[in-house]
Design a protein around this ligand. Structure first.
Ligand code: NI
Length: 149
C-alpha cells in the first residue's frame, strides 16, 4: 500500500466527470487500498478517486462504522433533509453549511464486482452524496449555503 497525493481544489481535474470501472482486477484493488490508507492518514471520512488524480467512479468511506468501498455507485433513493457542516480533504480548513438528504440509498459494486445496496443516514448519507458528487466533478462548495468562520 502507498499513500497518494490528494489533489487540491483549484486543480481542473477535480471538476471533470469520472468514467465507470470496467475491470475488477488487481490494479483496482491496489488503488482501493491506497485510497483507504490515504483517507485514514488524512483523518477524512471519505475519499473519491479523482482526489488522488484518477478519473474513475470509485470512492471509499468510513464514518466510524468500518470501511466501505464503492465502485460505480449510484444514488437510487433519498429522503428528508439535513443541514450541517461539511468539508473536503481537497479543501483543507474550509467548512460550510450544506443541505443534504437525511437518508440515502446507494447501489454499487464491491471490489469483486458483486452488486450491493447500502442505506445511510445523517453523516453516512452526507458522505454518499459528497463522494458521488466528486465522481461527477461537483465540489461541495456548490452546495454551501453559508461558510463557517
Ligand atoms: Ni471531498
Amino acid at each position: 500500500m502507498a499513500l497518494r497525493l490528494i489533489v487540491k481544489e483549484g486543480e481542473p481535474l477535480l471538476e471533470k466527470p469520472s468514467r465507470p470501472v470496467e475491470k475488477f482486477d488487481e490494479k483496482l484493488w491496489q488503488l482501493l487500498d491506497d485510497m483507504s490508507e490515504t483517507m485514514y492518514a488524512a483523518q477524512g471520512v471519505g475519499l473519491a478517486a479523482p482526489q488522488v488524480g484518477v478519473l474513475r467512479r470509485i470512492c471509499v468511506i468510513d464514518v466510524g462504522d468500518g470501511l466501505m468501498e464503492l465502485i460505480n455507485p449510484v444514488i437510487t433513493k433519498t429522503a428528508g433533509q439535513q443541514e450541517s457542516a461539511e468539508g473536503c480533504l481537497s479543501s483543507p480548513g474550509k467548512y460550510g453549511i450544506t443541505h443534504r438528504p437525511k437518508k440515502v440509498t446507494v447501489e454499487y459494486f464491491d471490489r469483486h464486482g458483486n452488486k450491493k445496496t447500502a442505506k445511510g443516514e445523517d453523516l453516512l448519507a452526507k458522505a454518499f452524496c459528497h463522494e458521488i458528487d466528486h465522481l461527477d466533478g461537483i465540489l461541495f462548495k456548490t452546495h454551501v449555503i453559508r461558510w463557517e468562520k
